[in-house]
Design a protein around this ligand. Sequence first.
Ligand SMILES: C[S@@+](CC[C@H](N)C(=O)[O-])C[C@H]1O[C@@H](n2cnc3c(N)ncnc32)[C@H](O)[C@@H]1O
Length: 289
Amino acid sequence: MTASPRTPHADGRPDPTDGTTAPGGEPAARGYLLDNARKEAGERFVWLAELFDGVTRGHFERLGVGAGSRCWEVGAGGPGIPEALAAAVGPTGHVLATDIDPSWLKTGEGYEVRRHDVAVDPAPEPGTFDLVHARLVLVHVPDRAKALATMAAALRPGGWLLIEDADTALQPLACLDDSGPAQRRANRLRDAIRELLARRGADLRYGRTLPRALREAGLVDVAAAGAFPVGGSACDRLEASTIRHVRAELLAAGLADDAELDAHLAAIDAGELDLTLAPLISAWGRRPA
Ligand SMILES: C[S@@+](CC[C@H](N)C(=O)[O-])C[C@H]1O[C@@H](n2cnc3c(N)ncnc32)[C@H](O)[C@@H]1O
């Protein structure tokens, strides 16, 4: 799978910040840290798809997504999941893919694309979807409960909400095998990125709260599972894209210097770090019939 060519970013994108204060009392930096306006975002979507689309598709199948289903993919990012849903629902189904910046999505591929801020905008087509899904989105949205309520409102009675989000505090290491200076540097830099995310209002412990959050949103038959990869080239490529994406911000915040970032990128290219990720918690619940 390859990154699709970017279309130019349209101005006027809603600002998803709520002006929160970072831990330590500093004013929060504004906006989604890993924004889609940079080419590294498209690279990240390719590697996230490689790492997690199989897990996500398994949940779709288990929840009964099939021919004729109506699905809303929230914060879709790249085309991987919208394309998979379009293939599953076929010509009699409907797939809506939304994002605050939908530049990486392709129109005319069997799914509809709309710009939509799940933190602010009302549910599109309320009460009609068999499945609403968001992966690695809500952790970045300051008012997560409101966003969940919007997604729940889009479900038909009996429809499923599937939320997948990282819990970076549950497993914070980049290298589980902390065997040398390169691995320890990787873990330090992972801490630095977590610090940037926290300053933007991300909830680093959000994944573990999902079952409770779904029950509080009025859903029933709630359950959850966790998954994370350990090592492999997709983890390496995702890490390199992420580091390049946030490099300027790490430097500006004094959380890293050029020498250690260059050394880390070289160690990734050498393929000896066995990089890993935070667990992805997948939680699902059904709107009462
Ligand atoms: C880490 S990416 C995940 C992309 C994709 N869901 C995946 O798992 O590969 C987060 C995505 O959420 C989108 N996003 C962030 N805040 C959002 C909001 N308030 N409303 C809709 N989308 C949002 C971003 O633009 C980005 O495409």
